[in-house]
Design a protein around this ligand. Structure first.
Ligand code: HT9
Ligand code: FE2
Length: 373
């Protein structure tokens, strides 16, 4: 398959780029001491990955679900969603846009730090990017996962991706995952602007009364039970983020948090209610309009555009509910600036103020769907 990584992963030799030896703008001392003097650092945007054409779809899905006990019928079903869009997941161009926006923001702020991109499940694979960073002389990588929340899928599995890549490379740069950023003002601002824009799309008579419905990827109950140091951090963090987003738009207004994109065998319980069932319940309660906002995701990737813009929208139409879907953080300037702020805080050392760190041992989970049902 084509290596689409070349342009995005700079491959610039640090010894040819004297600016890399000086970690701050124009050689003036930074306000806070940089991380260990002279260490060659980089940012790695670490994401899920997605297919680039019809032929990639099944191998991609097999990568995602290896050892997970996801039934074949579910895979074929999801494959159809990808084929509907030419076998191309939008997530790749969204990550490319995010990387470009982060680079531009860092450059404009005088932060000289190379930015790389790698994925868990598809090209550019994190293993290949780790090799590239190693060849480029990078000694330490800050890792931004394209997931804002705790849980095995959203956090720990990204740690495992890094570990796998380091093993494959025989080391390479040391790594440090940036914290969960669900509660960072830049993430909240980006989602709040998207929610406000969605509300503005509703006919005026619905704006004050429309039900605000946050969505996130469902996960197995067993995975939710061990998310974060005390369990259930996934739901707690989502509730906190949705609350903050709604408060920024309509202080104190009620909202619901529901789940989408359930996978796994039917015998394994996952977080409920599903968004479609919830729309039916709202309709039965006499609601007439809904605004969905997928605060659980960072970009409008396939699970957003298929499961919400096709399925949930269709459900709403059948019920006669006025329906609008809000956007995700994407490349919102406040979100992009947040990435820089997280980075700068980490590079300066000291007490972190932004984000929420997962302790080393949290979100361990026996793969819940790995045993035969
Ligand atoms: C919490 C969470 C996030 C959010 C955090 C994050 O973003 O990391 C997320 C994101 C995503 N999930 C994605 C796609 C898929 N997820 C699947 C399956 C699963 N997801 C799970 C959880 C999550 N998933 C779980 C517990 C499974 C069961 C298998 C397992 O235990 O791992 C499957 C298999 C088929 C199926 O749906 O059954 C696919 C294709 C894409 C890419 C979309 C695109 O291509 O644009 C993205 C961003
Ligand atoms: Fe998923």
């Amino acid at each position: 398959m084509p290596r689409a990584t070349v342009d995005l992963n700079p491959g610039q030799r640090p010894d040819e780029d004297p600016s890399l030896a000086v970690r701050n703008n124009g050689g003036t001392p930074p306000a806070a001491a940089p991380s260990p003097a002279g260490r060659r650092e980089a940012l790695l945007v670490l994401s899920f990955g997605g297919p680039r054409g019809h032929d990639d779809v099944m191998p991609f899905l097999e990568n995602v679900t290896r050892g997970r006990g996801v039934p074949r019928e579910r895979l074929l079903d999801v494959a159809e969603h990808y084929h509907h869009f030419g076998g191309v997941s939008p997530i790749n161009e969204q990550n490319e846009a995010l990387v470009a926006a982060i680079r531009a923001d860092l450059a404009a702020s005088g932060v000289d730090l190379p930015v790389y991109w790698g994925n868990r499940n598809w090209d550019p694979y994190v293993e290949d990017v780790w090799q590239q960073m190693t060849d480029d002389g990078i000694e330490h990588a800050y890792v931004l996962a394209t997931s804002a929340y705790a849980s095995y899928s959203g956090c720990r599995q990204y740690h495992e991706d890094v570990a796998r890549a380091r093993i494959a490379t025989g080391g390479g740069p040391t790594a440090e995952k940036l914290p969960h950023y669900f509660d960072s003002p830049g993430f909240v601002r980006a989602n709040a602007d998207a929610l406000a824009a969605a509300l503005a799309q509703l006919p005026e008579e619905h704006r004050g009364t429309a039900r605000l419905v946050a969505t996130a990827h469902s996960i197995p109950d067993a995975m939710a039970a061990v998310a974060g140091p005390e369990g259930h951090a996934y739901e707690d963090e989502l509730t906190a983020a949705a609350r903050a987003v709604v408060d920024a738009v309509a202080p104190g207004r009620e909202f619901d948090l529901v789940w989408q994109s359930r996978s796994g065998p039917p015998s394994v319980p996952w977080l409920e209610p599903d968004v479609n069932d919830h729309l039916r319940a709202l309709h039965e309660n006499g609601e007439t309009a809904v605004v969905l906002f997928p605060v659980g995701f960072v970009s409008d990737h396939l699970e957003v555009i298929w499961d919400l813009d096709n399925e949930a929208k269709e459900t709403a139409e059948e019920l006669g509910l006025a329906f609008v879907r809000g956007g995700t953080a994407g490349t919102h300037p406040a979100f992009v600036a947040m990435v820089r702020e997280l980075l700068q805080e980490r590079r300066a050392g000291g007490e972190p103020r932004l984000g929420t760190n997962c302790p080393a041992a949290c979100c361990h989970v026996a793969r819940p769907a790995a045993r035969p049902a």
